[in-house]
Design a protein around this ligand. Sequence first.
Ligand code: CP
Length: 346
Amino acid sequence: MNLTQGGPSGSPCFMRPSQGRPVHGRFSDSGILQRMPTVQHASRDLMTIRDLSRDEIDAMLDAAAAFRPLSDPAHRTRTDLAGATVVNLFFENSTRTRTSFEIAAKRLGATVINFDIATSSVSKGESLVDTIRTIEAMSPDAIVMRHSSTGAPAFVKRHTGAAVINAGDGAHEHPTQALLDVLTMRDRLGSMEGRCVAIIGDVRHSRVARSNVYCLQKLGARVKFVGPRAFVPETLRNFGVELQHDLRAGIADVDVIYLLRIQLERQAEPMFPSGTEYHRLYGLNECTLRFAPEHALVMHPGPVNRGVEINSGLMTHERCLIEEQVANGVAVRMAVLARAGRRSDG
Ligand code: CP
């Protein structure tokens, strides 16, 4: 695929050779946003990985890889989104996702507004729809949204002409997390075709697990869910994955050990006796890592509960890619924002 900084008419655009056409509106010389012809990318939004074809995933990963040189300060010159406004609307806490969307948008030349829920009228009881209508009246180009409720970004989309990007909705999906994860895996393993990934831990409550299993399966990988029955119930077989309740057996033949955070905030009551007990049975440390193949990579979406999912010593292991995941998060979010482009409704 190509990532071009300027389209034929001078408009910044995101293009794929198979489509060969810009995906959003363009500014005239006078700076007035003009409508593009009806030809559009399938969507400017990113709600779920399920919405994406394998070709679209590959295209976004290629675009992200092409954006990586912009992490070097000497190359931060893109203007793809100059004049555009991106609103970060996070109803749940975040370090990695919110920060990397902000950095990504700024590296593309956009203005970023970090909507502060605590000091907004949400804290006075304003409804989600009224909050969105208020933001929509200010014509943002993209809204990056995290919410504790499944489907909240899709609901918001009904009330805005901005592109809506799901930055995590309840236990449903976290699509940019999956894209940055598979980009990190692909860097080390080449194609994901035929590779095996064990997703370990609190799968039941995990939007990261859901987005990753969809993404990995579309790319031809085999996925296992590993964990105690409380976190890996039989119903999860519906994802077309193998279930394993023994950590050592679960990681014996994998290319990637993907550890999930224990999500205490989504558990109505504690589902295991203690962090120490969880680590004894399902935690990764120098001892349990020996049961995996020598090439197996270790990943975690963060934030990490040190000493629970993984011990501190392993976090600096040469096969532990947590910091590479974070770095790739910026590049992936640049690709997603470039795909979203500007609103074209004038
Ligand atoms: N992985 C992830 O979503 O981290 P944050 O909650 O810090 O954004």
